[in-house]
Design a protein around this ligand. Structure first.
Ligand code: GBH
Length: 464
């Protein structure tokens, strides 16, 4: 491994999700998902459903070794259950053939937030039945695609789906109940366990889950991770870490609940939905944990009894803005947070293989003629890759890195104005144009690492 290089066999690629790129929301028997119901935008997205061959060619030209996509549940079970819709599965069949021809390894995610509306109408994730339907769906997808997909991810970011979907209501289905958010989180975890069992029984080669994980820190720690904390701040950090990270990590990887969580759930609807044996079902051995890293959570104790609706249990905690560089969405850019997170995961779960399944940023790109200059995206990825390599050198078992995302796409509640792509999409014509970052990333993949140059601008770490 050269000083800027990565281990041999390190996997490079990109991630996408079905709702954000596919479009064709009523093609071949598909019925609405909760996002079709919720979203004001016409969901033609990138029309990837019809342009997948072009998109695979693009990935091939950019040297991608891996492609993580998600399957739309509403294509496979438009009514939520019954007989799988073969025409819906055909699309993924075609996509996988194309990927196979291009020599790109597929990583399939089963749930990237797009519950069939029919299941929401029957109670959604607050209902325990949804977990069982999820396992049936996983089995049906594996039955059809399992000969070409080795690695399966059950859920993407259950925190977002549960707490933004059912807590703050900023995501579909837009419900606003702390109790339903906690019930949803538990039923998603249960669905993960049941789906993992079903996938194993069907002979799936590798099964994992994808979590959005964030190191939690105070404002002062953003520039000095080792800064000591007052007792009040330490408690605030621990509590938010339990809600954001350990609420999912501990059931999946240890079969337990974090101690801080239980009194919070007791105060927010109670624990009646948690049955004996659930934790055992959830804690299936995992081959791979997908880590999505964007930004840390910055908090401090404050003397107030208000909780953010996305964070039931956060009474007395202030979510802080910090004077660092931010992305266009205002998310603080803290590459060192990735090393911190990986160090901690390696310490807490030493035998677990990790993969960075999403990392990336939205910026305002500069379009000059045919060129799209996105120096900020290049710096963002470069700095995060340096942080990742530092963690790998210390022994973190990170098997690959996937950029979020291939294409400018439909960014959930924010619609089309957020630009996360390595590739620019003109939504009037659906024309794709690789940005500078795409060509830069192609070179990273070719040399299996970064060029031996210094960062283009000082990072937080070099300033501190
Ligand atoms: C991912 O989620 C999704 O998997 C993907 O579909 C999406 O397109 C992509 O990210 C970009 O949004 O405002 O400072 O408090 C990201 C999960 C959770 C990360 C909320 C940022 C808030 C940061 N996000 N978090 S802040």
């Amino acid at each position: 491994m050269s000083s800027a290089g990565f281990p041999e066999g390190f996997v490079w690629g990109v991630s996408t999700s079905a709702y954000q790129i596919e479009g064709a929301t009523s093609a071949d028997g598909r019925l609405p998902s909760i996002w079709d119901t919720f979203s004001a935008d016409r969901a033609e997205a990138c029309d990837h459903y019809h342009r997948y061959a072009e998109d695979v060619r693009l990935m091939k030209d950019l040297g991608m070794a891996a492609y993580r996509f998600s399957v739309s549940w509403a294509r496979v079970f438009p009514q939520g259950d019954g007989k799988p819709n073969a025409a819906g599965l055909d699309f993924y069949d075609r996509l996988l053939d194309e990927l196979g021809d291009a020599g790109i390894t597929p990583y399939a995610t089963l749930y990237h937030w797009d519950l069939p509306q029919a299941l929401e109408d029957r109670g959604g994730w607050p209902s325990r039945d949804t977990a069982r339907h999820f396992a049936d769906y996983a089995a049906a997808v594996h039955e059809r695609l399992g000969d070409r997909v080795d690695t399966w991810f059950t859920l993407n970011e259950p925190w977002v789906a549960a707490f933004l979907g059912y807590g703050s209501g900023s995501h579909a289905p837009g419900r606003t109940s702390a109790a339903e958010a906690f019930r949803s989180a538990h039923h998603m975890l249960l669905g993960h366990g049941l789906a993992t069992q079903a996938l194993r029984a069907a002979g799936a080669a590798r099964v994992g889950a994808v979590l959005n994980l964030s190191p939690v820190m105070t404002p002062a720690q953003v520039s000095d991770f080792d800064r000591p904390l007052s007792d009040e701040d330490a408690e605030a950090v621990r509590r938010i870490d339990a809600l954001a990270n350990r609420q999912f990590l501990e059931p999946m990887l240890r079969g337990s609940h974090p101690a801080e969580l239980l009194p919070i759930v007791e105060r927010n609807g109670g624990l009646g939905h948690v049955r004996d044996g659930d934790l055992q079902t959830i804690a299936q051995p995992l081959d791979l944990l997908g880590v999505n890293y964007y930004t840390p959570l910055v908090v401090q104790a404050q003397p107030s009894e208000l909780a953010d609706p996305a964070w039931p249990g956060s009474e007395g905690v202030l979510f802080c803005t910090v004077p660092t560089a931010v992305t266009a969405m205002g998310w603080p850019i803290v590459p060192g947070g990735l090393s911190l997170l990986l160090r901690r995961l390696s310490h807490d779960h030493p035998d677990l293989d990790l993969m960075i399944t999403e990392n990336g940023a939205d910026f305002v790109d500069v379009v000059t003629g045919d060129d799209i200059h996105d120096v900020e995206r290049i710096s963002f990825i470069e700095e995060h890759l340096r942080a990742l390599r530092a963690a790998v050198e210390e022994g973190a078992r990170v098997r690959g890195y996937l950029v979020w995302t291939l294409l400018d796409n439909l960014e959930w509640s924010d619609g089309y104005r957020r630009k996360f792509g390595l590739v620019h999409v003109d939504f009037a014509t659906q024309r794709r144009r690789p940005k500078d970052s795409a060509l830069w990333y192609r070179d990273v993949i070719r040399r299996n690492g970064l060029a031996e140059t210094r960062p283009r601008r000082p990072t937080l770490e070099t300033v501190a």
